[in-house]
Ligand binder design. Sequence first.
Ligand code: PAF
Length: 296
Amino acid sequence: MPIVNEQFYHSAQMKVLRTVRELREAINSHRSAGETIGLVPTMGALHAGHISLVDRARNENDVVVVSVFVNPTQFNNPDDLRTYPRTEEADCRALTDAGVDYAFIPAVEEIYPEPDNRQFDLGPVAEVMEGAMRPGHFNGVAQIVSKLFDFVRPDRAYFGEKDYQQIAVIRRMVELEGFDLEIVACPIMRHPDGLAMSSRNVRLTPQQRQTAPTIHRVLSESLAMVPARSVDEVKSFVVDAIDATDGLRTEYYEIVDSLTMQPIATWSDATSGAAVGCVTVYCGDVRLIDNITYRL
Ligand code: PAF
C-alpha cells in the first residue's frame, strides 16, 4: 500500500464552492452514489471549536460540507455585523487540514438574491434570553439554516452547545419545515484557562483575555450549589461574582429547562432532568456567551 500523506491528500480534495448551483450539483453526485452528507454551518473565523464539529462530521458521514457565511439577517446590531471577524484564507487552510470535502463560501447576493421575508413561528424557545435581547436574531438564524438545509439536504448537521438556545431554535425550525435530518449537538470547546472558544475572542484585548475566563470559573463554582441552594440564590451568586470582576458586566444569567428553554423557579421545574444556566457577559464591548448544565 502506498503511504498517503493525509494532509496533502485532503488539501488536494477540498473544493471551494461559491454558488448554490455548484453546491447542489456536487451534493447530488454524492447522493446518487448513496453517500451520507454531514453539514457544519459556520460564520467563519474558525477555531478549534469549529474543527471539533468538522471532526465529528467526518467520523459520522461520507462527505463533509462546511458553510462559511456571515449571515446579515441574524445581526440585529450593524456594528456587530461590521466588526465580525472575516478570515477566509485562514479558514480555508483550517478546513483543508481538517479533511473537509466542500467549503461553501457564498456572497450575500447568492444567498439573498431578494430579501427573505419569511417569519418563522419559533415559539417559546426563541422568546427568552437571546431571543429577548436580540430581536429578529433567531428568525435570521432560521432563515439561513433552513436555506442551507434546503441546498444540502444533509443527513446530519452539527452545532456547538456554546449557542445552547440556538440548537433548541434550530430543532424547532426543523420540526416546522419538516426537514429529515439529525441535529447533532457538540460539547463546548474551551481554552486551557476555561474560556469558551468563540470567534469573538480575537476582539478581546490582552487584558480582557485574562479576565474573560472568570465567566467559566464562576459558572463551574455554581455547580456545587445545586440542588442545595435555590435557583434564585445560584442566579445571584453568578451575577454578583461576575459583576464584581473589573471589566465584566453581566447582561443576563438565566437558568432554564434544558429542552424547553423556559426559565425555572425551582429545580423540580426542570422536568427534562437537567437545567442549563445561560450567561451573556460584556467584556468591554465584546459580548461573550457561555453556559453550564446542572444535572438534577
Ligand atoms: O452559530 C453560528 O455560527 C451561526 O448562527 C450559524 C448557525 C452558522 C448560522 O449563521
